[in-house]
Write a protein that binds this ligand. Sequence first.
Ligand code: WQD
Length: 340
Amino acid sequence: MKIAVTGGLGFIGSHTVVELMAKGFEVVVIDNLSNASVEVLDGIAAISGVKPQFEEMDLRDKASVAAFFKQHTDLKGMIHFAASKAVGESVENPLLYYENNLGSLVYLLQELQQLPEANFIFSSSCTVYGQSKTLPITENAAIQPAMSPYGNTKQVGEEIIKDAANVSNIKSVLLRYFNPVGAHPSANIGELPLGVPQNLVPFITQTAAGLRKELSVYGNDYPTSDGTCVRDYIHVVDVAKAHVVALQRLLDNKNTDKVEVFNLGTGKGSTVLEVIQAFEKVSGKRLPYKIVDKRPGDVIAAYADTRKANDELGWKTKLTLEDAMRDAWKWERKIRSIDN
Ligand code: WQD
């Protein structure tokens, strides 16, 4: 069965391609290489034994998207990761985010709905909840006004898919990720942030690798156990496996609604200091850090209520925060050619 994966050379995309190939799917990767390296194909092949088909394409190019679907009329589904995802950048350049994240989504759906099988898995985010008033966060939690254009593209993206599904044969699962971290245990693929990492875990591993002087912890006077923010850090391999389960659900017509929503998290919240401690434990290294001012836009705490994904989707996480720290550090050492 042929499945297209947009953004398939990215962090979560590449791990999902590996899991799809392990299940015997024929995968066509679409990526414009704006935030990923074509060498990721070699990393996927090192794990899967074969390179997936790859089409370099910018999904903002309507004609290219149409040509792709004319070439792949045997497509059985699509997993859509391709999007710009830097919160800060989206504030500075909102129209780039609306064009890239929403324009391309419309073009994809316009073509997908013409296929006999229109199964669509959408990469969404817990960011749609903002600071939820209830914890852990269920899929029914209120959608708060987006705190960034990036977050708004996820909220509006979900609405576009629902409206399209109402009038077409599109069936979709929206997966709201909490905080994907870690790397494939083989260290053949992992996170490759461009420039200075915005996210916590790659900044930690780059600091431990000596690329950064120290980690800045954004505030330690939040109303949490140790004053630092709480997040639900989920191993990227668990996130990837959830995508295959969600796709199979649609292929088997087991979905109970045309558009379904699932949170992808561990159900456990960890503070920034707890993440640092987990990293120090598995790496045996002390991580230099300093407490600095809070980062604007950060929510105090977010972690998932995982019952719906566990009970209805039939998926649950198997890997821990320490597994993720171990794998993230192994990957960092591999790409920096560090032995210990
Ligand atoms: C986690 C915690 C920071 C960096 C974002 C997006 C979300 C999703 C995941 C795409 C926070 C603290 C961080 C640092 C720190 N992305 N931190 N020092 O902000 O929860 O989520 O990335 O879908 O949509 O919003 O992740 O890793 O940036 O931060 O103290 O150098 O680590 O304050 O509490 P976040 P993060």
